[in-house]
Design a protein around this ligand. Structure first.
Ligand code: C5P
Length: 421
């Protein structure tokens, strides 16, 4: 899919700081934008450097600061065109009178004015200046031109100014600016989700069903998992606009429409394929498979013959697929399942931490009306510490409806938009 749906933590902001006393507020703005999960690169005009040093912004943004247009060294790093393409938003704060005039006139005599012309991303300006300069006809004329050109103007606050005047011209507080930026990306994300689906643009990999661990060419160890939950989730993720790869153990279920299914037998095969999917780019990994905890240490080459009253088969531990994927450096959003017969919530919360998951859905399989072979399910979802919500109860419903509720929970967690309970 061609459209970019990366969530807010992967959005790039070029913060341009121009000459004005409000430049000190921009240092805090970088902090707040970083706190909200944005990648930030700072561009400074000559004027800005008279108020605050590039080193401050370098330390706060964690990136080199861009100051010059015609600097071969800087251009070799991230040149102005690359920077213009990198930006998901060009935020000019504070925006001086001079910068507004340059933008309005289409000048390109320094890095920032060139960037402004070279970027396709939205441009926001937060003017900050003396109230008389703000009110000046030329400034207002330039602002009108910018608005006509599609620039978003963040209105200055009124109040006492550094120069002693009182009036319009103060840059809004950094917290307020960061909030406006965050809300803008959330709105954009929601609009895309409404149009293309909650998981549009994501690659979801799902493990499902049991695994089958061979003892000899004709016998195996397995379990009663039917794979229904994993298949229902695959269908729900596809319906939510995701590209779905379903790594299925031996089950007798039809492949949901639009889903790419790969059949496997053993836990080791399931892990190998899961790792391959990681290499191919996986955004969300959902482990619904009932993986056999142990496999036979040495699979007999030929059928084991009946002999004596006892047969000893030595078993060794299978790899934990979901924990292995979660332990990788570049890991997807990880969802696990826990089927328990007692202390359901306690065990599930323990697995969330032990397996380094982002989310775990657990159900009480001691209840006859839900779980394993049943068509209905009821679940409680726990989220890792960094999410705003820690727990969400899903209503008892068909596995299809539960799958839909899980897709919503994944979407909400990915967007850090979960309402506190
Ligand atoms: O430890 P337990 O089997 O209860 O954990 C359940 C969760 O871990 C499920 O999401 C299951 O798919 C996953 N799992 C796994 N590999 C294993 C064992 C469990 O991916 N070997």
């Amino acid at each position: 899919m061609s459209f970019d749906l990366s969530v807010i933590p992967n959005k790039n902001i070029v913060l341009a700081v121009t000459g004005g006393i409000a430049a000190y507020k921009s240092a805090i703005l970088v902090r707040r934008l970083k706190d909200a999960g944005f990648n930030v690169r700072v561009v400074m005009t000559q004027g800005a450097q008279a108020f605050i040093t590039p080193l401050t912004f370098q330390a706060l943004s964690g990136n080199p600061v861009h100051t010059e247009l015609l600097n071969p060294e800087a251009e070799a790093g991230m040149g102005h065109i690359e920077l213009a393409r990198w930006a998901d938003l060009l935020l000019v704060a504070p925006a001086s009178c001079d910068t507004l005039a340059k933008f309005a006139a289409g000048l390109a005599d320094d890095l920032l004015s060139t960037l402004y012309l070279a970027t396709k991303s939205p441009v926001w300006v937060a003017p900050a200046m003396n109230q008389q300069m703000w009110a000046a006809k030329a400034t207002q004329r330039n602002l009108n031109t910018l608005v006509e050109d599609g620039v978003h103007v963040i209105m200055p606050d009124a109040g006492s100014q550094a120069c002693g005047d009182v009036g319009l011209g103060r840059m809004p507080e950094p917290e307020d600016l960061a909030l406006q930026v965050t809300q803008y990306f959330h709105r954009a994300q929601r609009a895309i989700a409404e149009k293309f689906g909650l998981l549009a643009g994501k690659h979801v990999v799902i493990t499902a069903g049991p695994t089958r661990e061979a003892i000899d060419p004709v016998r195996y160890i397995s379990n009663h998992s039917t794979g229904k939950m994993g298949f229902a989730l695959a269908a729900a993720c596809y319906a939510a606009g995701a590209k779905v790869t379903l790594i299925a153990g031996p089950v007798s279920l039809d492949t949901p429409n639009g889903v790419h299914r790969i059949n496997v037998s053993s836990a080791v095969q399931m892990l190998d394929l899961s790792m391959q999917m990681l290499d191919e780019g996986c955004d969300i990994f959902i482990a619904t498979a009932a993986v056999a905890d142990y496999r036979v240490a040495e699979i007999a080459e030929h059928k084991i013959k009946k002999a004596g009253d006892e047969l000893n088969v030595s078993l060794i531990k299978n790899p934990d697929i979901v924990a292995t994927i979660a332990g990788q450096q570049k890991r997807p959003f990880m969802v696990g399942f826990a089927a328990e017969t007692r202390n359901v919530e306690e065990y599930a919360a323990g697995k969330l931490v032990a397996k380094k998951l982002d989310m775990i859905a657990c159900n009480d399989v001691s209840r006859a009306d839900i779980g394993f072979a049943s068509d209905e399910n009821a679940m409680t979802v726990f989220f890792a510490e960094q999410y705003q919500i820690q727990k969400r109860d899903l209503e008892k419903a068909s596995k299809q409806e539960i799958a839909q509720q899980l897709v919503e929970a994944i979407h909400d967690a990915l967007h850090h938009e979960i309402e506190p309970v």
